[in-house]
Design a protein around this ligand. Structure first.
Ligand code: ASP
Ligand code: MG
Length: 436
């Protein structure tokens, strides 16, 4: 069971989480995020230190500290538990304060980011103790690891975690940190922002759990973006493939990488709402029979790059050379479309855009269109379901379409539009493809 930042972000919510985890009869491993706002605050502290602005860093550390000083007093009542919490806060805030006195580097930056999950799990464990609920706090840094490409080492994670669990044969409840891990150099690292979901899925796969529950503050994955479209509804069931497409394309509820470990070990994933535990949420599993358009999602911040070259005509190896440029700069490509003399790709990581464009110029004319959005239409067999594609295209008649990607998977059609049309596209698709 994984609980996100808002699910543990207030003392009364932590109590609710305690009720939810003790309601289960199966042995349970609980993964916690940092309290909401904490990781952002830690990023801010790191930025201030990186900029050598010690005054600002100190201000930010103090403001976070006072948040926790209030939090633990509301969370815990007994003097013993409060004393313990005071020690926990002292340890972690002393650490942050020491950083004001030493020279800053990237490893320290990652150490800072670790504090959030360490604090949330330790405070929660103290709460359980106070309430007489027996549990074991398992340090994620003892079993979660990534390799030199920042990929989680699932095999090793599984071995280590199982070894740890076997040391507590009579224990049914375990607590651990999401997001944080060790890297191949043995340093403290993390699974990137939002990575607690990923931890949950990896851990569930590692122990072959019966289910991986992701508890957030929304009642499941919605069939469209509830922030911009009026009528959306939670999707009851999704296949792993559908969920993977959706998680990547903007459905902010789930970290995109968190599908594969569960899928690999066939662990069903349930998205549930801490604020409304009775809501059915979304179940993600292997075989889902329903076909047709199931959901629409959008991803902003996309840049399209078009490479036009008459040398591509009848040439082979051309695409490989283009892709090698992106590979050299470790930049993932999302969408691709080709014509006989041109190829368009999209990226969302712009950190090496200038270098990439410069390299690509060797092959032909390069055009860059920033501020695009990918509209992703997802559904089991959507490509083969009669009428689906025409309904999608009919809904978008008034919107200029920059790229269409269709046929790569049976579950998805991706359409690239200028970001200024995103909301309009989501709204028209909502009316055009779902029956209400
Ligand atoms: N605390 C981390 C973040 O805010 C990880 C997570 O919550 O999933 O990104
Ligand atoms: Mg999250």
């Amino acid at each position: 069971m994984k609980f996100g930042g808002t699910s543990v972000g207030r003392p009364e919510r932590m109590h609710q989480v305690k009720d939810l985890i003790t309601g289960s009869t199966e042995p349970t491993l609980v993964v916690l995020s940092a309290l909401s706002g904490t990781t952002n605050a830690l990023v801010g502290i790191g930025e201030a230190l990186a900029a050598a602005d010690k005054v600002l860093a100190k201000e930010r550390i103090d403001s976070l500290h006072s948040h926790y000083l209030k939090f633990y007093l509301e969370l815990l009542k007994s003097p013993a538990a409060r004393t313990k919490a005071e020690e926990i806060l002292k340890e972690h805030f002393e650490f942050l304060n020491i950083l004001l006195k030493i020279s800053f580097n990237e490893a320290i930056q990652r150490d800072i980011l670790t504090q959030g999950e360490l604090l949330s799990t330790k405070l929660f464990h103290t709460l359980l103790e106070e309430l007489g609920v027996s549990s074991v706090l398992l340090p994620a840094l003892d079993f979660m690891s990534i390799d030199e490409n920042s990929e989680p080492e699932l095999g090793k994670i599984s071995e280590r975690l199982k070894a740890q669990l076997s040391q507590h044969p009579n224990q049914h409840l375990f607590i651990t940190q999401g997001y944080i891990c060790k890297n191949h150099r043995g340093e403290v690292d993390n699974l990137k922002r939002g990575g607690s979901d990923y931890t949950a899925s990896l851990v569930a796969a590692a122990v072959q759990a019966s289910v991986c529950e992701i508890w957030t503050d929304i009642d499941g994955m919605h069939n469209n973006d509830p922030r911009v479209v009026d009528r959306t509804r939670p999707i009851a069931e999704l296949s792993f493939d559908e969920a993977a497409e959706l998680a990547y394309f903007g459905a902010k509820i789930l970290h995109p990488a968190s599908i594969w470990p569960a899928q690999l070990h066939n662990v069903p994933v349930r998205l549930l709402n801490t604020m409304d535990p009775a809501a059915v949420g979304t179940l993600i599993k292997a075989d889902v029979v329903e076909t047709g358009v199931k959901a629409i999602a959008a991803k902003d911040g996309i840049t399209a790059i078009n490479i036009k070259s008459s040398r591509m005509l009848l040439a082979y190896g051309f695409l490989r050379r283009i892709f090698e440029v992106f590979e050299a700069f470790k930049t993932p490509i999302d969408m691709i479309t080709t014509s006989e003399v041109a190829v368009s790709v999209t990226i969302d990581d712009l950190s090496h855009l200038d270098q990439i464009v410069e390299e690509l110029r060797r092959f032909g004319t390069v055009e860059v269109d920033p501020n695009q959005a990918i509209i992703c239409v997802v559904g089991n067999q959507v490509a083969e379901t009669k009428g689906s594609i025409s309904a999608v295209m009919d809904s978008l008649v008034d919107i200029p379409i920059r790229m269409v990607s269709f046929g790569g998977s049976k579950h998805n059609v991706s359409i690239l539009v200028d970001a200024k049309y995103k909301v309009q596209a989501l709204k028209s698709l909502n009316e055009g493809v779902f029956s209400w």
